[in-house]
Structures are given as structure tokens and as C-alpha cells.
Design a protein around this ligand. Structure first.
Ligand SMILES: Cc1cc2nc3c(=O)[nH]c(=O)nc-3n(C[C@H](O)[C@H](O)[C@H](O)COP(=O)(O)OP(=O)(O)OC[C@H]3O[C@@H](n4cnc5c(N)ncnc54)[C@H](O)[C@@H]3O)c2cc1C
Length: 460
């Protein structure tokens, strides 16, 4: 099978890339994703909330408008305070406009607004927008399919092998966008990657540790609870009773940790996101099945504790999301690495202004063990340069997802869903421009790219 643009991963970034590439008539676009629809972590991983943050101009505005109009999304704000009796944050519907969700930096918790949504409605709306593009006939969707291998020749990916429900397929793309989060294609193509904390000496980041460890931002298995009889309490299912979580449970009872976010859904259910469920490095070190079993057992133990020890009654577990919530794994070491200094500066210190194609203002947000200095460092709005999606080794590959060329500290801030949507949009637009101008991603005119993305000249 041949395609112009092959987008691997249909999460926030992958959807953004597909949306943008399809605006260019005549290009053939193929999307491969292990899930059965779009949205990735933000839908199948249960992260059904866009945390406050500057998302810039982009498709998130249309998605939010549609979801709000259909009653499947709303603006939420924090209520109540984190206490020993309620060691979780609560976010509920408020009447503020969507624009209020677009500011994070230096707002206190009570002033912050976020966007809650129904995951299926989000996945459906994403597909609906692609159908409306006018180029839908040129889009080939391969869901429930996994990238297995890539073939490279002379600095180019010439083929990607994909396992589909119908069998193995070899795809020959002109350009590849790796939006898999775990940068599957970049790793298979032999690009340089890193994992865990970066030493202070590596990127000279002010808050990086002198003695880094393989700490990776923690992962969470997100779940959903629904109203039920107040006398009901969830118990551990038989198939998980052999999973030993005794130490973790003892710590939960003794320390009230992990904390969690309880976010309302439009229908009155609640989304529960433990912070975190398991250390992030377990995703890299343990077999996937083992990780999933431990996380599932912790979900049941946690919710039983909330019901019986914290007296939050009247809700039972309705759904555990099928995709593990992975905040961080492998990261590309690309042509430019986004660093803490850039986040503090507002744009790349080394490249200067004019290179940013996506924006964020989220703090350095690490869950679980960390040697980072300075706690949750706050950042004002900053731009992410296009060069962070360019690998050094492969000429027809763009890496646009949470695993792009970010330091550990920068990744902990830049990873949020709306930033990834915009980051993906930039990658899709860049890929389309490469096809139309017969140039390589490294030769893209970033000024023109920013203009196409409606990024104001005042932005860094
Ligand atoms: C638990 C948790 C809570 C979070 N909370 C928030 C929050 O409240 N607000 C917020 O804005 N952000 C939050 N984030 C961050 C944000 O949700 C993610 O960083 C963001 O969604 C990542 O987008 P992405 O496109 O890079 O990756 P993903 O959305 O993970 O997409 C990657 C896609 O690639 C596919 N894929 C991976 N490997 C393969 C393969 N080999 N073959 C085929 N397909 C593959 C996956 O199926 C997936 O669909 C949270 C993240 C986590 C994990």
C-alpha cells in the first residue's frame, strides 16, 4: 500500500496532524492506531479533561464548541479544598466561557478553568470533522492496528509494517509522522532516544538534578464511577485477588496518598484520575500484562478505600479505561531539545524567536518520585520550536507527540492534550507543505508554516 503521509498514532497529536493534512486537497493520508478510534490518551485512556492551558489558535476551539453545543462537554472549576477527609480535587460544571480554560500560568487553583468532555463524543466529533474536510475519500483509517516494524534506507523510512485485524500490511509512505506517544517508529528507525531524568550537566537546566535517576513521570489507570445505592462498596474481583498490592494499600491507608482528581461528566458520572497509580518506569521495565493487573487491582483497592474509609458513598466503578495513562516514556533527542531554560525564556534560547509552532503554560508537573529541584516550577506562556519534531537520523520523519524532543522537565509541562493537538496540527501542516513543495521536513519554511497555522507574528 502506498500513501503520501502516514500518521502513526491517532491520539491528540495524531488527530491534529490528520485534521491539518486533510485540509490539503489531493494528498493521500493514512492513519494507524491501536485503538478503535481517535483521541488516544484523551479518549481511550480516560483523560477526559483539558487542563487549563494556552492552546493557541487551533482545532480545539471547534471541538469544544461542538461538544458544548451537544451537551457532551462543559467548562469546569475546582470546588472545595483538599483535606485529610477528602484527599482529592473536585472539578464541577460552571458557567464560564471556554476562553477561560485557556489560561493557566500563575492562576491559583480557584481561578483555573478546565474543559470536561464525554470521551466517545470527543472521538466521534474528531471523526466528524475529518468527514467534513472534503478530502475524506483520500483518508485511509487503520484502527485496531499496530506498528510492528519500519524499514529504512539511506536516512529514509521506506516501509512500515502494520498488524491489522485483516493481517500484516506493508505501507510505503513518502512522509511518516510518529504520533504514537512512545515514539514507536522513531525507535524502530534507530533515532536517538532518552528515558528518565536528565542530569544537570546534560542540558544545563537550573532545576535538573545532579544525580539523576531513571524516574519517569507516573502512570495512571483512569476510571469512571456512576451513581449507585449508597450501601454498595466495590470489592476486588476474583481474577485480581492474587495481585500483591499489600504495601501500596498500607501506604494508602497510612498517608492518604495517592491524591486524585474527581472530575464530573455531563451525565453525573465522575472521572477518577489517581496521581499516579504506578511509577512511570514500570511501564518500561515490566510486562504490559503485569502492569495492567497491578493498576487494575489498585483501582479497586483505591475506590473501596474512598467508599469505606473516606465515606464517599453512592458511586460504583462503571468503567476502567482500556488504555494505560502513560505520561512519559521514551523521548526523542532531535535536532533541537526543548529545555527548562526555553520554558522560562518564553521561546527557544538558542534558536531565538520565530520558531514556535505550539504553545503551553503548564507548570513542570511530575507525579511520583522525582529528584527535580524547586517543586512544581511555574512557567508563563512559552513556544515550542518546530525543530523539536525533527530527528537527526531520518529525513522523512516528523516526531510529534509527548515523546518529541523535550527534556524530562520540559516534557512534564508540554505534554498536555491541547498542546499536543496543536503540536500535531503543526506536524500535519508541515507534512502537507513538504508534499506540495517537494521538500524535506528539515527544509520547511517555518515562517510560512506559522502563517498557515494562524500564529500571530507577535508570538515568539
Ligand atoms: C493519567 C494522565 C492524566 C493526564 N491528565 C491531563 C489533563 O488533565 N489534562 C491534559 O490536558 N492533559 C493531561 N494529560 C496529558 C495528555 O493527556 C497526554 O500527554 C496527551 O494526550 C498525549 O497525546 P499524544 O498524542 O502525544 O499521545 P496519545 O494520546 O497517547 O496518542 C498516542 C496514540 O498512539 C497509538 N499507538 C501507540 N503505539 C502504537 C503502535 N505501536 N501502533 C499503533 N498505534 C500506537 C495509541 O493507541 C494512541 O492512540 C494526562 C496524561 C495522563 C497519562
Amino acid at each position: 500500500m502506498k500513501t503520501d503521509i502516514l500518521i502513526l498514532g491517532g491520539g491528540s497529536a495524531g488527530f491534529g496532524a490528520t485534521y491539518r493534512a486533510l485540509q490539503h486537497k489531493g494528498l493521500s493520508v493514512t492513519v494507524v492506531d491501536a485503538n478503535e478510534g481517535f483521541g488516544g490518551t484523551s479518549t481511550y485512556g480516560g483523560v477526559n479533561c483539558w487542563e487549563p492551558g494556552y492552546g493557541g489558535y487551533g482545532v480545539h476551539h471547534i471541538l469544544a464548541q461542538r461538544l458544548m453545543a451537544s451537551g457532551q462537554g462543559f467548562v469546569g472549576k475546582s470546588y472545595g479544598a483538599f483535606s485529610e477527609d477528602t484527599p482529592w480535587g473536585v472539578s464541577k460544571r460552571c458557567d464560564d466561557p471556554y476562553e477561560e480554560t485557556l489560561i493557566r500560568s500563575f492562576r491559583n487553583g480557584q481561578e483555573q478553568r478546565r474543559f470536561h468532555f464525554e470521551p466517545q463524543a470527543m472521538a466521534d466529533t474528531m471523526l466528524e470533522l475529518l468527514r467534513e474536510s472534503g478530502n475524506f475519500a483520500n483518508l485511509h483509517l487503520l484502527f485496531n492496528s499496530r506498528v510492528e516494524n519500519v524499514t529504512t534506507e539511506e536516512r529514509k523510512i521506506t516501509a512500515v509494517t502494520v498488524n491489522t485485524p485483516e493481517g500484516t500490511l506493508e505501507i510505503h509512505p513518502k512522509l511518516v509522522l510518529d504520533c504514537t506517544g512512545d515514539i514507536a517508529a522513531a525507535r524502530l528507525a534507530g533515532c536517538e532516544v532518552i528515558v528518565g531524568e536528565d542530569a544537570q550537566t546534560r542540558f544545563q537546566e537550573p532545576n535538573a538534578p545532579e544525580n539523576p535517576q531513571r524516574n519517569v513521570n507516573g502512570m495512571s489507570l483512569v476510571f469512571r464511577v456512576t451513581p449507585c445505592d449508597p450501601d454498595f462498596a466495590d470489592t476486588m474481583p476474583d481474577e485480581l485477588s492474587s495481585v500483591d498490592i499489600s504495601d501500596w494499600k498500607a501506604q494508602l491507608y497510612a498517608t492518604n496518598r495517592p491524591a486524585a482528581c474527581f472530575n464530573d461528566y455531563p451525565n453525573g458520572d465522575i472521572n477518577i484520575n489517581m496521581l499516579p497509580t504506578l511509577p512511570g518506569e514500570c511501564f518500561l521495565d515490566l510486562p504490559r500484562e503485569q502492569v495492567e493487573r497491578i493498576c487494575r487491582a489498585r483501582v479497586y483497592a483505591y475506590w473501596n478505600w474512598v467508599q469505606t474509609q473516606k465515606h464517599f458513598r453512592g458511586y460504583r466503578i462503571a468503567h476502567i479505561f482500556p488504555m494505560l495513562g502513560v505520561r512519559e516514556s521514551w523521548r526523542l533527542v532531535g535536532q533541537y531539545v526543548l529545555k527548562e531554560q526555553d520554558l522560562r525564556n518564553g521561546f527557544s534560547v538558542e534558536l531565538g524567536a520565530g520558531h514556535s509552532v505550539a504553545f503551553a503554560d503548564h507548570p513542570a508537573d511530575i507525579h511520583g518520585s522525582s529528584n527535580k529541584k524547586g517543586g512544581m516550577t511555574m512557567f508563563a506562556r512559552y513556544g515550542i520550536p518546530y525543530e523539536c519534531m525533527l530527528p537527526k537520523e531520518t529525513d522523512n520523519l516528523l516526531v510529534a507527540c509527548r515523546g518529541s524532543s523535550f527534556s524530562h522537565i520540559a516534557a512534564s509541562s508540554a505534554r498536555l492534550s491541547r498542546t499536543m493537538l496543536a503540536w500535531g496540527e503543526a506536524a500535519g501542516e508541515a507534512a502537507a507543505q513538504c508534499m506540495e513543495q517537494s521538500c524535506a521536513p528539515a527544509s520547511v519554511d517555518v515562517k510560512l508554516l506559522r502563517k498557515s497555522l494562524h500564529i500571530s507574528e507577535n508570538e515568539p
